[in-house]
Design a protein around this ligand. Structure first.
Ligand SMILES: C[S@@+](CC[C@H](N)C(=O)[O-])C[C@H]1O[C@@H](n2cnc3c(N)ncnc32)[C@H](O)[C@@H]1O
Length: 221
């Protein structure tokens, strides 16, 4: 659904290695491709949690991947998670956290589901730094109002650290992230996807100046 979730998952896990058998919440997993990837590649157990995609649709993919019992499809809204406190070793969220996580108080809600020392890692669209004006002038023709939730690595670091709940281990832009994102949109365009074409124009206009994929990883204090 977003810029290739498997490329993003792989880049995220480089910064937060996962132990086989760990319990992972994949929050905003969409079509659960990242959940399947994490289970297959790292031997973890994943709760594939999403709002817009129905769990029976994800179960079909999980069944095809022969991961029933290791990847659990769950329909839930990010503010009403049906999990026990201190349950997860890590939360990962790919291309989704900006839909709910920019609220100052959200981190305090989410981290209650992590074990002590548990980790949170996100990868999502963002800018290299916070623009002085929105939209940035060169991106004005392509801008949609909800891009205001695309933030810089520094913004996420401050957003999380100011709670005192977590220590931030990594906050950066994925190397070549903007180019991966562009390649993805061009592939979607070839496949007939209009959003792919519009975003590709914007990414070309930006040329890696500011847009990219922000990665942030933190652990519970
Ligand atoms: C752009 S899609 C990314 C999906 C997938 N992670 C990927 O990279 O392909 C954003 C996802 O965030 C999920 N999402 C948005 N708001 C949410 C919320 N409030 N609670 C749970 N999931 C939410 C949507 O259901 C959607 O699947």
């Amino acid at each position: 659904m977003g810029p290739n979730p498997l490329w993003q998952a792989e880049a995220l896990i480089e910064s937060m290695p996962l132990q086989p058998g760990s319990r992972i919440l994949d929050l905003g997993c969409g079509t659960a491709l990242s959940s399947i990837f994490l289970a297959k590649e790292y031997g973890v157990e994943v709760w594939a949690t999403d709002l817009w995609i129905q769990p029976d649709e994800n179960l079909r993919r999980i069944t095809e991947a022969q991961l029933v019992g290791q990847v659990h499809p769950i329909h839930a809204e990010a503010h009403a998670l049906p999990y026990a406190e201190n349950f997860f070793d890590a939360v990962v969220s790919i291309g989704a956290y900006h839909y709910f996580g920019t609220d100052d108080l959200y981190l305090g809600y989410l981290t209650r589901f992590l074990k002590p020392g548990g980790r949170l890692g996100i990868s999502l669209p963002g800018s290299a730094s916070e623009p002085e004006t929105l939209p940035p002038t060169h991106l004005a023709p392509y801008w949609k109002w909800d891009f205001c939730a695309w933030h810089s690595p520094g913004w996420w670091r401050h957003h999380w650290e100011k709670t005192g709940l977590v220590a931030v281990d990594v906050a950066d832009q994925l190397p070549h992230g903007w180019h991966d994102w562009l390649q993805w949109n061009e592939a979607c365009d070839l496949d007939g996807g209009q959003p792919g074409r519009e975003e590709a124009r914007m990414l070309h206009a930006d040329g890696g100046r500011t847009l990219g994929l922000t990665r942030a990883v933190a652990h519970l204090r």
